[in-house]
Design a protein around this ligand. Structure first.
Ligand SMILES: Nc1ncnc2c1ncn2[C@@H]1O[C@H](COP(=O)(O)OP(=O)(O)O)[C@@H](O)[C@H]1O
Ligand SMILES: [Mg+2]
Length: 366
């Protein structure tokens, strides 16, 4: 079924007609505009509407119904170009990368985990590095950690590795970045984790590097089973490329008001970008027994369950940092066992704790 509203069109001109699509499995929204003049100076609304399928039908039948409606629409409107909402692009890219990887080498589909910090110092690098190490150790599968923080990221430092090359060498040599060249480019940690360290230039990678970062992520998903990205704590253009490529976005936050407030904003930004807010999982770092803000309050404020918590242990974490030995390789402290259980849950070795229902109300304070 199609419902639409149309404006009068200018018959005389031959402008560029663009059809914008907001895809869905129950309803597909569309809008048509026409651009004319130099640099599309004149933009005119033509029509918008919805193609809907019956909710009683199964998903496949609904998609077929929407597909028929879309074909009729295209035949009638004859657009010169079609623009699809980004969320759909992200899903298509991830699926295509997986299919490509699976069919090229019969390898297991790659999982991409992006770690994003609610604010600087939340512990994003600490968590990303230790998760990567545990994942490589427990799964024994090819794992890479990419430091996407613009300028002077610390992943290599945290792992006590002195790298020869950085992410800039990778994106400037994409044309020759096959499996063998990648092997030369990455620095390997003794646990088996490969590292692509951050650039040493303050302003790179930047908006001009987005295409290359997307391609690098595609290459990594073809080569590795697990791609871990330390995205730092701001959503910049390269970070957005990583968010679209992510299977899971782990938002690392602390139990304090500024972190939770920023976390709310970042979740909202991920949603606005259409990068799949349902793929966001909250990691609460630096918890302790006497929290002023309880985990329940944090869940209420964010509208998300806390997926996993990591204890505050300054001594253990800073010893690991200063020695370049990841927590999980040092003594058996509580936080090391938390990374162990986080990874076991992810790999399905341990049953996942049932997450409470998503809550939608917000704390007045935040
Ligand atoms: N769970 C924790 N307990 C105690 N200190 C921590 C914890 N996680 C991180 N830190 C400390 O916080 C500081 C910032 O951590 P880092 O991982 O660099 O944060 P980010 O990458 O978000 O800027 C480091 O000095 C680190 O040792
Ligand atoms: Mg960091």
């Amino acid at each position: 079924m199609r419902a639409s509203s149309r404006a009068s069109a200018d018959e005389a001109a031959k402008p560029l007609r663009i059809l914008g699509i907001d895809p869905g499995t129950l309803r597909l929204g569309y809008g048509v505009i026409e651009c004319a003049g130099n640099g599309a100076a004149k933009v005119e609304y033509v029509e918008c509407g919805v193609i809907s399928a019956s909710a009683r039908h199964a998903r496949a039948a609904r998609l077929a119904e929407i597909g028929r409606g879309l074909r009729d629409l295209m035949a009638e409107l004859r657009p010169d170009a079609v623009a699809m909402e980004e969320a759909f692009h992200g899903a298509v890219r991830r699926t295509a990368a997986r299919r490509e990887a699976a069919s090229a080498s019969a390898k297991a589909p790659c999982v991409t985990q992006v770690f994003l910090g609610a604010k600087g110092g939340a512990g994003t690098t600490t968590v990303a590095v230790n998760c990567a190490v545990e994942l490589a150790r427990q799964s024994k599968r090819p794992t890479v950690i990419l430091d996407l923080k613009p300028s002077l990221g610390e992943v290599a430092l945290f792992l006590g590795v002195r790298p020869r090359f950085t992410v800039l060498d990778a994106i400037e040599n994409l044309h020759r970045l096959d499996k063998d060249f990648l092997k030369e480019l990455v620095s390997r940690h003794k646990t088996g984790v490969d590292i692509i360290p951050a650039s040493e230039q303050f302003d790179r990678p930047n908006a001009q590097d987005v295409g290359a970062i997307e391609e690098l992520l595609r290459i990594l998903t073809r080569t590795y089973d697990y791609v871990i990205v330390d995205a730092g704590n701001t959503i910049n253009s390269c970070g957005i490329a990583a968010l679209y490529a992510a299977d899971t976005v782990y938002l690392v936050t602390n139990p304090d008001v500024p972190s939770i407030r920023n976390a709310q904003r970042l979740v909202e930004r991920v949603r606005q970008l259409g990068a799949g807010s349902e793929r966001v999982k909250i990691l609460l770092n630096r918890t302790s027994e006497n929290l002023l803000i309880t985990p329940q309050q944090i869940e209420t404020a964010l509208g998300y369950a806390i997926h996993h918590s990591f204890t505050s242990d300054y001594r253990a974490v800073s010893t690991a940092l200063n020695s370049g030995v990841p927590l999980t390789l040092s003594n058996g402290c509580v936080i090391a066992s938390e990374f162990d259980s986080f990874t076991k849950q992810f790999l399905g070795v341990m049953p996942e704790a049932r997450e409470p229902e998503k809550r939608r109300t917000f704390l007045g304070l935040l």
